[in-house]
Design a protein around this ligand. Structure first.
Ligand SMILES: [Zn+2]
Length: 394
């Protein structure tokens, strides 16, 4: 399967001529989007704009989308920069080569895909989309979705990194070793998200109290933008550390698999089609972001990932399976076996065990020869036996 990733790069050390060319192309794109067809714009960039921006909002700048066959990235270790990118612009054959500074190294064995050029203030940024082929397949059953190499099976070297995604503890993770017999390395990550959200809710409220109606919408948008950037930053770090741990386990010779719960039909709302606004809300929900980040970061590092239906995982006792339980604040208590546990961790253990259950069951189906059912024992054998009976001779 193919897996994509975006690398953010800052365009650095622009000469005046190059800056002029980029600015011109970028501003002409904005004019073109507002209906001015006479502007000079590189023809392929124009086509891209027509393809992508069907509805254009006023007071918004749109990035220049560059077709994959037109962008080129080169590694040239010059004094100025390690990487260079070619951006197609009108009025200069072969485009313009600019120095870029990516937030991480660009691997050699990847394919460069459609990328975007943004402008923030007076700086330009290039969001490069890179793609690579990994030897993974997606297996979807009614119980789980699995992204793994075709030969993937659960063995004694498998470490299930089970993750519960929630509100108070965005990520509660536990490692299940030895077919779920041992639980190790409990971690709670991303808790700062709550403080950030609380802070910005307070800011929004206090803005609302001051009666500056004309500025309100603008302020609100800016605050929301800042908030979601900060939340995303925390979540990036948290998901990164999960994937880094998986990479570490892999290097030690174990076979890690990351598993988290997935509510079926989260994106559908009881038969109704969600409107765009609601859709945006779902996509900005931290839980959605976490799942998305985990999936893509893990697959890029070639770590298997699975999702299981998380229904009942928070209410069921992981030790005895009873649903006769009490969940109060962060505590989980089982009325049947007396287990007292952290509520989110109980969820993660259940999620991990659920996957192990499914995987072990399917492994049993495939690999182990089944004892044939009684009725399939060949009848002729018993006939033989009968014939050999001393009294059968006559
Ligand atoms: Zn119990």
């Amino acid at each position: 399967m193919k897996i994509q990733k975006v690398i953010k790069c800052k365009v650095v050390c622009l000469t005046n001529v190059k800056r002029e060319l980029l600015t011109q192309e970028y501003e002409n794109l904005q004019r073109f989007l507002y209906g001015d067809n006479s502007v000079k714009l590189y023809s392929a960039n124009k086509q891209q704009a027509e393809r992508f921006y069907k509805r254009v909002k006023p007071d918004k700048e749109y990035p220049l989308s560059i077709r994959k066959d037109l962008i080129k990235v080169g590694k040239r270790d010059t004094k100025i920069a390690k990487y260079w990118a070619r951006i197609p612009v009108a009025g200069r054959r072969g485009g313009v080569w600019v120095a870029i500074k990516p937030h991480q190294d660009i691997p050699d064995d990847v394919e460069i895909c459609e990328s975007k050029l943004f402008r923030r203030g007076s700086d330009f940024y290039l969001h490069l989309t890179i793609q690579k082929e990994i030897d993974f397949v997606k297996v979807e059953t009614s119980d789980y979705v699995l992204y793994a190499p075709p030969s993937f099976t659960v063995s004694e070297r498998t470490v299930v990194m089970a993750i519960d995604i929630g509100e108070a503890n965005p990520i509660a993770s536990v490692e299940l070793w030895g077919f779920g017999m041992q639980r190790k390395n409990v971690r709670f990550l991303g808790r700062e998200v709550r403080t950030i959200r609380a802070h910005y809710n307070w800011v929004k409220k206090s803005v609302g109290r001051k009666k500056i109606k004309h500025a309100l919408k603008w302020i609100k948008e800016r605050i929301e933008h800042k908030e979601s950037r900060k939340v995303a930053d925390v979540l990036h770090k948290a998901t990164r550390s999960i994937v880094d741990r998986a990479i570490e386990l892999k290097q030690l010779g174990f076979e890690p698999i990351i598993v988290f719960g997935n509510l079926k039909g989260v994106r559908k709302l009881k038969g109704k089609v969600r409107c765009r606004k609601n859709n945006r809300k779902v996509h900005t929900m931290p839980s959605f972001k976490i799942k998305h980040m985990l999936l893509y970061k893990a697959l890029w590092a070639e770590i298997p990932v699975a999702t299981v239906n998380e229904a009942w995982t928070s209410k069921q006792c992981w030790r005895c399976g009873s649903t006769n339980t009490v969940v109060r604040k962060r505590m989980f208590k089982c009325r049947d076996c007396g287990l007292e546990y952290n509520r989110d961790l109980n969820g993660s253990v259940n999620i991990g065990n659920r996957l192990l259950g499914y995987m072990l069951r399917s492994r049993a189906d495939v690999n182990q020869p089944q004892t044939p059912p009684v009725y399939s024992v060949p009848i002729s054998d018993s006939v033989c036996e009968g014939r050999s009976h001393p009294f059968n001779g006559w």
